[in-house]
Write a protein that binds this ligand. Structure first.
Ligand SMILES: Cc1cc2nc3c(=O)[nH]c(=O)nc-3n(C[C@H](O)[C@H](O)[C@H](O)COP(=O)(O)O)c2cc1C
Length: 349
């Protein structure tokens, strides 16, 4: 089973908490994480694109680096790990992104791929005047289809003449081409339409892990069914939040401490309850909000053995080809995972 890391391109990683490690994103932090990941034998790193934060006491994701330029830097700083940058489609033209990708393909000697983000959070785009309009959300995967067709034509043949509804190419050229005339694409849409799109154009589909593995099983089966229809080989990568300790109790205590520090103001932004008065909220409501402190990414909390066993269980799910990890304290946890969890995983031997 492949293992990857969702690297900390935004401040504080994926925990909206005042008690979790507090840090700004930087090239130093990400290249240190990449170096530890390569040493440990992880297969890939992915950086997201996030253009507007959630605020709150922790200024959650108010600080974010840019995905392609960060990965270009990491491409030069690493030797064997695969690297994925994320493009938010409304923000950049496909011919330009195709060229950026062939450049990073060259820097990395063929280790670069793209995560296609169709765009869901309007404010990220409207703040810079590029939200296409009210029609966009409904049509986001039609738009993405033309977008990706243009890039794939350019990578394969060096030319696109696509005349679509959203884009009109006019003998558009690209050279040099990426290795093998292709750049791998990953997608993380969770809707059926999103999975259909990935089954047609993508190489890997990300799904959000949950504690109940039946939900993961069901989501993976939706992708498998879509890929059967298109007859393409598309693997599922599952996203999990890893919190480890020497014992289950130690890891659980760490996790509870992070949860106790939940940044309710930032969570309010995430759940679209900006008008809510958190000071006057009931204990139940606060507990419910606290649950979302890690953006509802499935938590795997426990000793090294507990985590290894759980990930082995995930590897048995039909369609699953890998797991992408989110950590609390990146360089430290990356090293610890490589030294203490990977050797215990049957799915890695
Ligand atoms: C692993 C993973 C990575 C994602 N990366 C991004 C990202 O970089 N930027 C972003 O705005 N959304 C990101 N998303 C959100 C998805 O791209 C997608 O918009 C969301 O899951 C909703 O799916 P849908 O558009 O099919 O409804 C990510 C989701 C997952 C699970």
């Amino acid at each position: 089973m492949d293992l990857g890391i969702f690297i900390p391109i935004g401040n504080n990683g994926w925990m909206m908490s005042k008690n979790s490690p507090q840090y700004m994103p930087s090239f130093a932090l990400n290249s240190e994480t990449a170096a530890r990941a390569e040493e440990a034998g992880f297969e890939f790193l992915l950086s997201m694109v996030k253009l507007r934060g959630f605020g709150g006491d922790t200024e959650f994701w108010d600080h974010n680096l840019e995905s392609f330029t960060l990965m270009a830097g990491l491409a030069a700083a690493t030797e064997k790990i695969n690297l994925f940058a994320s493009v938010a489609l409304p923000t950049m033209e496909p011919a330009m992104v195709a060229r950026m990708a062939s450049t990073i393909d060259d820097i990395s000697d063929g280790r670069f791929g793209i995560n296609i983000v169709s765009g869901w959070n309007q404010i990220e785009y409207s703040q810079m005047g590029v939200w296409p309009g009210d029609w966009y959300y409904e049509k986001r995967y039609d738009y993405a289809t033309e977008y990706v067709q243009i890039m794939q034509d350019l990578w394969k043949d060096g030319v696109s003449d696509l005349k679509g509804e959203y884009f009109q190419m006019d003998d558009c050229r690209l050279s040099p081409l990426p290795q093998g005339g292709k750049v791998p694409l990953v997608c993380a849409g969770q809707s059926d339409r999103g999975m259909e799109f990935c089954a047609t154009y993508g190489d890997y589909q990300f799904i959000i892990g949950t504690e109940d593995l039946d939900v993961v099983r069901n989501d993976a089966s939706r992708l498998v069914a879509a890929a059967e229809k298109t007859g393409r080989d598309v693997g599922v990568y599952v996203l999990f939040q890893i919190t480890m300790g020497d014992t289950d109790e130690e890891a659980q205590a760490k996790w509870q401490h992070y949860k106790d520090g939940a940044d309710l103001e930032a969570i309010k932004f995430l759940i679209g309850a900006a008008e809510m008065d958190t000071a006057g909220a009931t204990a139940d409501k606060i507990a419910e909000m606290q649950q979302a402190f890690n953006l509802n990414i499935g938590a795997v909390v426990g000793s090294h053995q507990t985590i290894a066993d759980r990930l082995d269980e995930v590897s048995e799910i039909p369609g699953v080809k890998g797991v992408m990890c989110v950590f609390d304290d990146y360089p430290v946890a990356t090293k610890e995972f490589g030294e203490k969890i990977m050797p215990l995983m049957k799915s890695r031997s």
